[in-house]
Write a protein that binds this ligand. Structure first.
Ligand code: SAH
Length: 193
């Protein structure tokens, strides 16, 4: 049963990679006009990568740490699969809407446009919403306390190290337009936070 959760997680993470790659390639062709890449942000990114990809990959490949395994339950796995699928769908939508404005770190691109449609009409950081849901899906799909929860921890480190800086950067560039947008939207959970 636990193996089923691992298989679904592996399929999910491969799909994630194939959603990201074409956007990464396209965005790299757009000139960066302001780069706020910082050691703190790089640390956040590394934490996200470690928690959402490296630790669970290692677990799926080796079964380590075995002592943290717990019995899998079908309904938990099913819920995890649904949440992971939702995360992938939101992830794809955010890339489509952000298009050439997307960056892996804090950057402003040439002719940067403020996006507030599609998923961006509900929350200001829907891509981070999708990371949170991926973390939640991982926690339910991998029946192991360490490998399962690593994703949510990695997401939290990335998100909380970045979000204030990102919003400050957007305010600096878009001024009142972003201030209005902030008043209309929450950060990652519609109507709540
Ligand atoms: N925080 C957003 C975007 C993540 S990608 C989300 O979670 O969906 C990070 C880059 O996206 C930042 O460097 C910034 O330049 C850009 N960005 C963030 N919000 C944006 C918006 N509403 N419109 C356009 N670009 C945005």
């Amino acid at each position: 049963m636990a193996a089923l959760g691992k298989i679904v997680w592996v399929i999910g993470i491969i799909a994630w990679y194939f959603i990201r790659v074409p956007f990464d390639r396209r965005a790299k062709r757009v000139r960066v006009v302001s780069n706020r890449r910082s050691p703190v942000d790089m640390f956040g990114l590394a934490s996200g990568l470690l928690g959402l990809a490296i630790v669970p990959c290692f677990y799926v490949a080796t079964g380590i740490p075995r002592a943290a395994d717990y019995p899998a339950r079908p309904w938990v796995l099913a819920l995890g699969a649904v949440i992971f699928l939702a995360a992938l769908w939101i992830f794809r939508r955010t890339h489509k809407e952000l298009g050439r404005n997307w960056s892996i770190t804090l950057e402003i691109r040439d002719k940067h446009e403020l996006i507030s449609r599609g998923p961006y009409a509900f929350v200001r950081h829907p891509m981070y919403t999708s990371f949170m849901l991926m973390g939640l899906g991982q926690a339910l799909l991998l029946s192991n306390w360490v490998a399962g929860l690593a994703g949510l921890v990695g997401f939290a480190v990335l998100f909380f190290l970045r979000v204030d800086k990102e919003e400050r950067m957007m305010l600096e560039i878009f001024g009142p337009e972003y201030r209005d947008y902030m008043q209309r939207t929450k950060r990652i959970v519609p109507y709540l936070y």
